[in-house]
Design a protein around this ligand. Structure first.
Ligand code: NAD
Length: 482
């Protein structure tokens, strides 16, 4: 494959230093292609281009920008298969998942924000003879920094509202998954998006990401990634009073109440646990089950998990591919070892040397879906984010205890509750300290709803009006008749 290049001021360019890094296919552990290893100087060039383009882009009308989003959506949709193939190659996720989730949602993000904006009107308020008009203007140049688990899905979730609200962009995808961001750059280039409106700088986080967060002309940062990185981003951006949106890690609880119809929900629970090899920030990695149904639950759950088809991500039948890299596999396995040290029992899956995935390259980053039981709900394995195909099972004696266990971690991103009684589920959901709770479903997304976490899972919300608010500044103009 051709080397990936940065996209700055409407041109594809190498890093100023000429340095590169490799992006690797985790299923085969082979190099896919070279990617610029950019530095602060490349971010400086991208920011200058974005700043130069900001006035003209910000002066376009909302109607014109909606048309741009629709053009981008159409162009991506026409190449949905290419997007799915690139994403599967770069991440090791099954091609069927890349089609159904990554490619489809990347298109949907642009189309959604175009449609959402059509009905939008800024509010006016009248009181004691004066009328207040809320006027929105772009933030200016915004920095968008994204992780590797859902590469174009998460990048487009930020690019679409940022463009819509008239901002110009300096974006940085994860160094592990640059291919679809590059494809987006090629797409907007082919469509003739004005130079400097969308800029893409590849490279490592501490080099490129940090330079984006530090640059004084970048007025807003939308970051999705780990909590530790988010803390660094916040510490750098806060003294500069940048607008900041942080979508961070999670350790989500899946709560199964005693009346849950186990046979009906088991497929949903397996999906919530192991989609994308457990590498979705919303995956439920702690399953809390009422003690009266715990044994039956465990038996049915393990049977369903063992039905998952693992293997070559390119195989249409594969349901679970690899984790993102050999390094990440080692990290996930260190947590499986820790779980055993902390007194847990492996019910299925486990370390790859003991439970290898048959028929896959030996140096591919494959892991079996792993279920651990017998751990305290407060141990490290059950409270730290693993971000891989590992879940822990715990039992509770009462709803109060389940609430306490669910709220035990520092995180508060998402969760799910499974019950035959919707009102009971709703009441339970409101007691969970998280930004998102699903009842009897999971990753069921209406893009108009607020998305984001509490506690160490983030600050701010994305989605619909919340994204539009983040990517704009508001001026209230109060007019009184003379
Ligand atoms: P990460 O924090 O390592 O990296 C995220 C991005 O930040 C990458 O592009 C990386 O290069 C960059 N980065 C690294 N250091 C930086 C720095 N000092 N300054 C600026 N940018 C820097 O996260 P990851 O390993 O790529 O992704 C996994 C994490 O993302 C998990 O914790 C997961 O829960 C989280 N995540 C959260 C959400 C959400 O919506 N809340 C969604 C997806 C993933």
């Amino acid at each position: 494959m051709e080397p990936v290049r940065n996209y700055i001021n409407g041109a594809f360019v190498d890093a100023v230093s000429g340095q590169t890094l490799d992006t690797v296919n985790p299923a085969t552990n082979t190099v896919i292609t070279a990617v610029p290893r950019s530095q602060a100087v490349d971010v400086k060039h991208a920011t200058e281009a974005a700043k130069a383009a900001a006035t003209a882009w910000g002066a376009t009308t909302m109607v014109e920008r909606i048309a741009w989003l629709e053009r981008i959506a159409d162009a991506l949709e026409a190449e949905a298969e290419t997007i799915a193939q690139l994403e599967s190659l770069d991440t090791g996720k099954p091609i069927s998942l890349a089609r159904r989730v990554d490619a489809a949602r990347s298109v949907a993000n642009f189309r959604f924000f175009a449609d959402h904006a059509k009905g939008h009107q800024d509010p006016t308020f009248s009181d004691h003879g004066a009328v207040n008009h809320v006027h929105r203007s772009p933030v200016g140049v915004v920095g968008l920094i994204t992780p590797w688990n859902l590469p174009l899905y998460l990048l487009s979730w930020k690019v679409a509202p940022a463009l819509l609200m008239g901002n110009t962009i300096v974006a940085k995808p994860s160094e592990l998954t640059p291919l679809t961001a590059d494809f987006l750059a090629k797409t907007v280039h082919a469509l003739g998006l004005p130079a400097g409106v969308f800029n893409l700088v590849h490279g490592y986080g501490p080099e490129v990401g940090q330079a984006i967060v530090e640059h004084p002309d970048i007025r807003g940062i939308s970051f999705t990634g780990g909590t530790a990185t988010g803390r660094l981003v916040a510490a750098t951006a806060a003294p500069m009073f940048k607008k900041l949106s942080l979508e961070l890690g999670g350790k989500n609880a899946t709560v199964v109440l005693d009346d849950a119809p186990l046979d009906d929900i088991m497929e949903g629970l397996v999906r919530a646990s192991f989609t994308n090899s457990g590498q979705v920030c919303l995956c439920g990695s702690r399953i809390l089950v009422d003690e009266t149904i715990y044994d039956t639950f465990a038996e049915k759950f393990i049977a369903k998990v063992e039905e998952l088809r693992l293997g070559d991500p390119q195989d249409e039948a594969t349901q679970m591919g690899t984790v993102i890299s050999q390094d990440h596999k080692a990290k996930v396995e260190s947590y499986i070892r820790l779980g055993i040290e902390e007194g847990g029992t492996v019910l299925t899956g486990g370390l790859s040397e003991l439970a290898p995935v048959p028929g896959v390259p030996s140096d591919g980053a494959f892991l079996r879906p792993t279920v651990l039981a017998g751990l305290s709900a407060s141990c490290r394995t059950a409270t730290e984010e693993i971000f891989g195909p590992v879940v822990t099972l715990h039992s509770f004696a009462s709803e109060d205890e389940a609430v306490e266990m669910a709220n035990l971690t520092e995180y508060g991103l998402a969760g799910s509750v499974w019950t035959a009684d919707i009102e009971r589920g709703h009441a339970f959901a409101k007691r969970m300290e998280t930004g998102i709770v699903w009842v009897n479903t999971w990753l069921n997304r209406d893009l108009r709803t607020p998305f984001g976490g509490v506690k160490q899972s983030g600050v701010g919300r994305e989605g619909g009006d919340w994204s539009m608010a983040f990517f704009s500044e508001m001026t209230n103009v109060c007019i009184q008749q003379p």
